[in-house]
Design a protein around this ligand. Structure first.
Ligand code: NAD
Length: 481
């Protein structure tokens, strides 16, 4: 069985304690044993990141550029291998994994360029004879904590800006998907990072995550995951002995509005893609389909047909559209929500457990009909291939229902009416808005994030990432003899 060690201060460190990583498409397939860090290993990793900070913060931006670009090139060269690793451990269909691996490479090359573009401002002081400069410096030692549903892209879009802007990193990936994270660290390290700049500590949130959060040698935390963990992360960052800068990306209950005048095929494709691809395990997944009365019956009919055409199966099979649910506990949670919906008075189509050649967590996509926005199934994030149709009278009611949620990540509308499209763009209470497009796919060079309980702190990705990964210094310089 292959053993995968932690990476601390430039050394690969094995441990007596290791966790098995299993393939959700075939539970008899053990991918490897991944070392579990204890609190002392995390302290060493933070110490290594602290020691490496002065040199990396003052390194030539050309070096940071070169490392990130070399890593990007290696990812592109090994794209098929990394796609397979991702599909095998997370269960994402090959085309989605391929897209995610490609995105990780593009994120790294984007931030390679950003390393060379970190300019400051020269300002005129209100006091004559004084020069004022506004410059950016690295935030410091950054703790990066990531979820399981984007095993390589999310680590890449946090680690790349951290390194580009001169920070050092202690990285804790999600326990379910350590292999992609391990590969990313290995590739970055061999691309030329000095020892200690990037450290990998694998293991549970309670041990590894909390050791990072409680350290007074960590300056900032970038977290993506659930709202419940996010609240704990934010509270720890504020209440600990050393306050930390914090950025949180969390859940969603994202609406897709379909108006009477929409093109039916476009609307059905947007819904099927946004709700069910990647097994619905996306923070941007459309879990509420808000449909006006004139098109509702045709939309539901056509969407059910489309659902029956989707191939659910082994994530290593190129024909698969939808892979397995990531693990048994997520599968149980999805199925229990089907019961919740039934008890609340909604009707479920689909959602059956499926038998395939291998023992995996295979579930057919599920659609709730006759749902209302007051039901738990329309308020709580399910995070599986499950969506709900909510019928409304008109555009005004659709917009009100779309915004009536504690979340505010992604929001979309299908319409051919420019008046409604423009009004929705301005009034959707979300960080991302889409018109006549699936609501789950975004560009790597533009800001990403949401409102309300979906996000906290500055945006991720694109040039906006510098707000979190740098700190601004304002300097005043007087006369000299
Ligand atoms: P999670 O909150 O369970 O775990 C996220 C990370 O936090 C994991 O690495 C986990 O080990 C760690 N963690 C758990 N307890 C911790 C603790 N006490 N201290 C420190 N770290 C701890 O989330 P998940 O199940 O891995 O991911 C699914 C969630 O992520 C969903 O809610 C989804 O919407 C959200 N998500 C959001 C975005 C976004 O950008 N908004 C993107 C992807 C996923």
């Amino acid at each position: 069985m292959t053993q995968f060690p932690n990476f601390v201060g430039g050394q690969w460190l094995s441990s007596d304690d290791a966790a098995e990583n299993r393939n959700p498409s075939d539970k008899s397939d053990v991918i490897g044993l991944f070392a579990k860090a204890d609190a002392e290993t995390v302290r060493d990793a933070i110490g290594a990141a602290r020691s490496a900070l002065p040199e990396w913060a003052n390194a030539s931006p050309q070096l940071r550029h070169d490392v990130l670009l070399a890593a990007s090139m290696e990812i592109l060269q090994r794209r098929d291998e990394l796609t397979q690793i991702l599909s095998r451990e997370e269960g994402k269909a090959p085309k989605d994994s391929f897209g995610e691996v490609t995105r990780a490479a593009h994120v790294l090359s984007f931030f390679a360029g950003e390393a060379l573009r970190l300019n400051g401002e020269f300002a005129t002081s209100t006091r004559p004879g004084i020069e004022a400069h506004v410059t950016r410096e690295p935030a410091g030692v950054v703790g990066i904590i990531t979820p399981w549903n984007f095993p390589i892209a999310i680590p890449a879009w946090k680690i790349a800006p951290a390194l580009a802007y001169g920070n050092t990193v202690v990285f804790k990936p999600a326990g379910l998907v350590p292999h992609s994270a391990w590969m990313l660290v290995d590739i970055l390290q061999r691309a030329g990072l000095p020892n200690g700049v990037l450290n990998l500590v694998m293991g549970s949130g309670g041990v590894v995550g909390d050791a990072i959060l409680s350290s007074d040698a960590v300056d900032a935390i970038s977290f993506t995951g659930s709202v419940a963990t996010g609240r704990h992360v934010a509270a720890s960052c504020i209440q600990g002995p050393r306050m930390k800068k914090v950025q949180l990306e969390m859940g969603g209950k994202n609406p897709l509005v379909v108006l009477d005048d929409a093109n039916l095929e476009t609307a059905v494709e947007c819904a099927a893609n946004s709700a069910f691809y990647s097994t619905g395990q996306r923070c941007t997944a459309a879990s509420r389909l808000i449909v006006t009365e004139g098109i509702a019956d045709r939309f539901v009919d056509r969407l059910q047909t489309r659902m029956s055409e989707l191939t659910v199966g082994n994530a290593l099979d190129p024909q698969t559209d939808i892979g397995p649910v990531v693990d048994e506990s997520q599968l149980e949670s999805n199925l229990s929500y089907l019961d919740v919906g039934r008890e609340e008075g909604a009707r479920v189509v689909g959602g059956e457990l499926l038998n395939r050649e291998t023992q995996g967590n295979f579930m057919a996509p599920a659609l709730f009909l006759e749902a209302t926005n007051r039901m738990r199934i329309c308020r709580e994030e399910i995070f599986g291939p499950v969506s709900a149709v909510i019928k409304v009278r008109d555009y005004d009611e659709a917009l009100a229902v779309a915004n009536d949620t504690e979340y505010g990540l992604s929001s979309g509308i299908c319409t051919n009416n420019l008046k409604y499209a423009r009004h929705y763009r301005r009034n959707a209470a979300a960080g991302l808005v889409f018109v006549n497009l699936p609501i789950a796919g975004v560009d790597h060079h533009l800001p990403f994030g949401g409102r309300k309980n979906s996000s906290y702190g500055p945006r991720e990705q694109g040039a906006y990432a510098r707000e979190f990964y740098t700190t601004v210094k304002t300097a005043y310089i007087g006369d000299m003899e």
